[in-house]
Design a protein around this ligand. Structure first.
Ligand code: HMG
Ligand code: MG
Length: 329
């Protein structure tokens, strides 16, 4: 906790997924210049951790094909008065790690799951094999001072194998931690969880892994993403993955929608008196902007509301305010 005006401030760290999880499933591939602008706008809103790409097969995920060029073009120095942004990228194997190292990534995300069905569909190997593969990758990355995040998918259920047992999630999260991951991101990949299933899963994991080493990664397929954050916050978890405008999904989890929208998360956390360091208006304008670039509806309700308010403000400054006009909050 840090202090603001003499009161302790409960700080939550957001990990922005829009440029990676958000864009990896979009039919419309955003050109490099627009992806760079998206990342610049996200950083401008105050986000300090942004997952910007993935060093995976371009045949499997063409949307992430130029992640190396993207990282090479990103600004690396902090603007005066602003903190430096940490850029992350997914890495599935040694080939990906080498590319990520050359691109001078700040953090890599290794990714496996609780179920063999999803892991095989996603990276072509089973869970056990993935952990064997990761061990030397973690060691290599850490020896170079690169932070390693471990993603654990299908923590509530797998699209191929059904529900996941909380004890399995706990055991795998502990193994990722033991491998040397600094943080474990728990993914409800298909967004089927509710607080009723998320809470017991978190309780099991927290027996093995401290809250300070956990992040939650909720997809919002069934509209439960925000509700699912509450049991995580109640249990002391202070790192949340989210995606601007609710962009995204996973190509290997059919029908799954994007992460819980960043705008919703910031609105919720500020409403709870927690601090994020993010300017909600700038973030919401970014969500509206990227939705327009992609030619899709803005997937954030908060984003839609703030956009409508901004349009109304523009109209009232242009035109005379009509008598009896209604001004919402
Ligand atoms: P594979 O076919 O088993 O690999 O793919 P391979 O070693 O047999 O190589 C086949 C070809 O892929 C070769 O090229 C390799 O060079 C190339 P070819 O000779 O045919 O021209 N290749 C690579 N190219 C670029 N970068 C690499 C790489 N590795 C091999 N790193 C592989 C294995 C993992 C690469 C493949 O299955 C893959 O790329 N999968 C994509 C996985 C992915 O990106 N999924 C979405 C992200 S995960 C997610 O969204 C979940 C998460 O958000 C959490 C949650 O929501 O729960 C993280
Ligand atoms: Mg995801």
């Amino acid at each position: 906790m840090n202090k603001e005006q003499g009161r302790p401030v409960d700080r939550v760290s957001l990990v922005e997924m829009g440029p990676r999880d958000g864009l990896q499933n979009e039919l419309h591939i955003l050109p490099l210049a627009q992806r760079l602008e998206l990342i610049a706008r996200l950083a401008e809103s105050g986000l300090q951790r942004i997952e910007v790409g993935a060093f995976v097969s371009p045949k499997r995920v063409p949307q992430m094909a130029d992640s190396g060029a993207l990282l090479a073009a990103l600004p690396r120095r902090a603007e005066p008065g602003h903190q430096r942004v940490r850029y992350g990228a997914l890495v599935p194997n040694l080939q990906g790690l080498k590319a990520a190292i050359s691109a001078q990534v700040d953090e890599i995300g290794l990714f496996t799951a609780c179920s063999d069905g999803f892991t095989r569909a996603n990276i072509g190997i089973g869970v056990e094999e993935s952990l064997v593969r990761f061990a030397p990758l973690v060691a290599e990355a850490r020896s170079l001072g690169i932070r390693v995040r471990g993603y654990l998918s299908t923590v509530i259920a797998c699209p191929y194998e059904g529900p996941t047992r909380p004890k399995r999630v706990a055991a795998l999260a502990e193994r990722l931690l033991d491998l040397g991951c600094h943080e474990i991101s728990l993914g409800d990949t298909i967004g089927v969880g509710t607080p009723g299933t998320v809470a017991p899963m978190l309780d099991a994991v927290l027996h093995e892994v401290p809250a300070g080493r956990l992040a939650v990664h909720f997809h919002d397929t069934y509209g439960q993403g925000l509700a699912n954050l509450l049991p995580a916050l109640e249990r002391g978890i202070r790192t949340i993955d989210c995606s601007v405008a609710g962009l995204g999904g996973c190509p290997y989890a059919p029908g799954a929608s994007g992460n819980v929208a960043s705008e919703e998360v910031v609105y919720l956390l500020h409403g709870l008196g927690m601090s994020t360091g993010v300017n909600l208006d700038t973030l919401a304008a970014t969500g509206q902007w990227v939705s327009e670039q992609l030619g899709r509806a803005n997937g954030s309700r908060v984003g839609q509301a703030l956009h409508a308010k901004a349009l109304a403000r523009q109209r009232t400054t242009k035109d005379e305010i009509p008598q009896g006009a209604c001004h919402g909050p």
